[in-house]
Design a protein. Structure first.
Length: 162
């Protein structure tokens, strides 16, 4: 049975487990085909290819470890790309024909410039599919929300994908 394609960009430097919790909860409700994506970005020019290869292997190993923790049964597809995060997320969504991108909202930074566009904003603005941005803080736990909204939400989600 083919599941709905969901792309989950994971930032390994920031602890972005909210999106993994959310998508793992979907896996129990509806059939999904999840892809975990990590983008390796270095702002250093003229690096040897060996450095990128090592970083990609390490990122892939960490993604597989996260997949084992969060997903039971069928493991999600794991992908590591090199480049600018927003461009690589959009390219992966296009190549995998993702139907939904689930991203955790980053923690606010005091040093962030007012006019600087974040990766999240660029993905939401340019994505060709639905993009779900999870809140920075939950007023209630995701489990409480899931229990309270289960029948209505699952019915709505299934009708949107059917």
């Amino acid at each position: 049975m083919n599941g709905k394609r969901i792309l989950v960009p994971v930032n390994l430097e920031q602890n972005s487990v909210d999106a993994l919790h959310f998508v793992a909860g979907f896996a129990g409700e509806i059939p999904i085909c999840a892809t975990l994506l990590c983008v390796v970005e270095l702002n250093i020019s003229a690096l040897e290819r060996r450095v990128y290869d090592e970083l990609c292997r390490e990122s892939e190993r960490r993604l597989r470890a996260l997949a084992k923790v969060f997903f039971e049964g069928e493991q999600p597809h794991v992908c590591v790309r090199v480049g600018k995060p927003h461009e690589e997320i959009l390219a992966e969504a296009e190549s995998e024909q993702a139907e939904l991108i689930v991203m955790a909202s980053p923690k606010s930074s005091r040093r962030r410039l007012q006019f600087q566009s974040t990766t999240l904003e660029r993905v939401v603005r340019n994505a060709s599919c639905l993009t779900l941005v999870l809140p920075r803080t939950w007023k209630i736990t995701p489990e409480q929300y899931r229990q309270g909204m289960r029948p209505a939400f699952v019915a709505t989600l299934q009708s949107a994908f059917i």
